[in-house]
Design a protein around this ligand. Sequence first.
Ligand SMILES: [Zn+2]
Length: 470
Amino acid sequence: MDDPLRFFRDRYLAVETKAELRRAGVRVVIVSNPYDTTTIQGVWMEAVDEARAQTGSMETSFATFRGMEENAMKTDPETGWCYKNGGRAPFGYKAIRVVRGQDKRGRDLIKTLWDIDPEEAEVVRFLYVECRAERRLSYKATREVLNEAGMLSPTPGRPWSISTVCDMMREDRVLQCAGVYFWSKEDHRTSGRRFKPKDEWIRVDNAHPAIITMEEAKNVIAVKQARKTNQRWGQSERSDWLLTGKNIFGDDFFVCLACGARMSNYHPTRRNRRCYLCGSARYRGKDACVHKPVDKNWVEAFLLERIKETFGTREAAEKIVKNLNEALSDEIAIWAKAKEQLMKTLQYNQLKISNLVRAVSEGFDVATAKEELVRLQDEKADLEKKLNELEVESRSEPRLLTPDDILLMYQRLEDAFTNQPNKDKKKMLRCFVRRLEFDPKSDTLTVYLFAEPASTTTAVWFSGGARDET
Ligand SMILES: [Zn+2]
């Protein structure tokens, strides 16, 4: 699986499909991220992981994660480039899969490398060198130029947007096109932080063919730094207006029931209170829709409360635990199996050694036996080392969860929520809540939750500040 978004566009379908696949014995693994944070389980996986990291009780680093890290450090003997982990190659490159030997059972070992995609690379060069380093165009102007020239965009079939241009200008992205590979950028251990500080990233130069030179990359980065003071993009993502924008299906998240418009942010200057207000009423005036601001803090606190009440029940917690533990059991079973296999090989090795020793005592040629004995003893040492490593690893294996773990998390939801960056808060809310509707005529707020069975909850908002929930 390399593109979770495509797979999980429809959450219900995703959960169903995964259950279906599991019944058929297939395991869905997201290669680019050990957790699928578009599902409630994924959010908890992450939360649980973080909570354990904080208390210091969790030394588990996922086996997959470590494997990926090793992969990134290895160089392909044939091409000299670095092996890549799963996932889509960045714009300008294509992922190619090569066979590098076989495993013990004779199956092909497949590795991924990045190669230049000539058509996309041409766009990348044009974007970085022509538009940015030479003409020093703004993101907006760059977007216009690219679209007017009908250039390929990173989203197939879609024109360039400011956010795609902006994304391409990230320092690591620019360097990536100059052949640099970054690994271990994401921080899974510190809550409220998505990326580790840059100096902790693993950087591998000459990891894949370069589209631009290092010199050109530096020029592109310099343009951005010069412009940094008046850079405004990405602000909406960081803003603390948690309910504006889209839900996970790409529909408006919070709407006005009277006119269907999106609720927008509204900060009356005379008053201190920040509110959500129907977009028509805000931008087109009182004739367009009812002017009835809803207090921002009130709506957001109400949402959290309802999430706790709906999902923080023992029944819901048991269900989540069941799903999480199934996934964890899979990991544990893999460890157990590996251990069993190693033990068997070790026993066989010891048998061979004792046979050889007996053969010598019965007159077998000592010089020949010695050579074989050394080889077997090396093998034995190697097996014991591996077994020992596995032992250490499985000692830190993830403990199975209990419903109480989950319930405790819900009790602490506000704290956990408060400490996250706004971007993550938005994402998390959207995992639980599908849609919000406000009817300015009856002052009623209706919340549609992703609970199963489907659940809605309503509240009445009095602009005086009092409230009544039903
Ligand atoms: Zn309206």
